[in-house]
Design a binder for this molecule. Structure first.
Ligand code: FAD
Length: 244
């Protein structure tokens, strides 16, 4: 297996043109999958040296741009997060435990699209835009369209998630994130993100779903919980999330 660590996005795009090449971000999901023999890429392209994938920058029109290589720990430790960043900071604090948070990145989590992960639900709730780059240029995809299903996204071969854009939160709207898991630090059985009165649910179906569409979804049944359990506890989790 090849291992490349380019310093620029252009070099990374070139490196990803090879057959069966994959980005490596924090390695917290990819290395685990490799260890289990679920994937065996011919080439790993590390994104760690690419400066353009770092940083959290307010933008002129009021949104916040978060570089894809921002770690969960950096988001969890934001001092005085803006209203836009607050929901993400709440979610980052309950991703796994410190060792995973030190390595795992928002770009990696978004690209991995685990239905039980913490960020997808928050990003759909926030109407975030996923910035995606390739040798052909940059695309901006709304989170709701980016997450397509179980570990499935709108990313095409050779594309890199370069940043996440969080639009300004409506003035005065409160944000809250609630996660239900078997033990602290585990993936979610269910999670709920609220901005004002708008509620989005994660872990219920293969991708985040807005509360008004929940009746169209059959809840997941997996090793964490049955469909009946998810259906039963959802109203209480929504109540906790919206009554704070
Ligand atoms: C023990 C444990 C507990 C965990 N608990 C939780 C939890 O409670 N909640 C939660 O949300 N997550 C949890 N995770 C997952 C963790 O958040 C991972 O960090 C995350 O899913 C992947 O991020 P990464 O940076 O490590 O990506 P990697 O593992 O490096 O990559 C994951 C996938 O994304 C691709 N990729 C990475 N970066 C990019 C990019 N910028 N553009 C395009 N493709 C890219 C890779 O090619 C790979 O396919 C846990 C992980 C572990 C090991």
């Amino acid at each position: 297996m090849d291992y490349l660590a380019p310093a620029t996005l252009e070099d990374a795009y070139r490196a990803l043109e090879a057959e069966d090449a994959r980005c490596l971000a924090g390695g917290q999901s990819l290395v685990a999958m490799m260890n289990l023999g679920l994937v065996s890429p011919a080439r790993l392209v590390s994104l760690r040296r690419i400066e353009a994938l770092r940083g959290i920058e307010p933008q002129a029109e009021g949104s916040l741009r978060i570089g894809a290589m921002t770690t969960h720990a950096e988001l969890a430790e934001l001092k005085h997060p803006s209203a836009e960043a607050s929901l993400l900071e709440q979610a980052a604090r309950v991703v796994a435990y410190p060792a995973v948070r030190a390595w795992g990145t928002i770009g990696g989590s978004v690209a991995h699209a685990d239905p039980a992960a913490d960020y997808p639900v928050v990003l759909v709730a926030a109407r975030a835009i996923i910035e995606v780059g390739s040798a052909a240029g940059t695309r901006h995809i709304v989170a709701e369209d980016f997450f397509r299903g179980f570990f499935e996204t709108a990313l095409a071969k050779g594309e890199i998630v370069t940043a996440i854009h969080l639009p300004a939160v409506p003035k005065g709207a409160r944000t809250n994130y609630q996660k239900l898991s078997l033990v602290a630090g585990d993936f979610a059985i269910l999670s709920v993100a609220a901005i004002g009165n708008e509620v989005t649910v994660g872990g219920y179906g293969p991708k985040p779903v807005r509360m008004e569409d929940i009746t169209r979804i059959d809840p997941l049944s997996d090793h964490r919980a049955s469909a009946a359990y998810r259906r039963r506890v959802l109203p209480e989790l929504v109540r906790r999330c919206t009554s704070h």
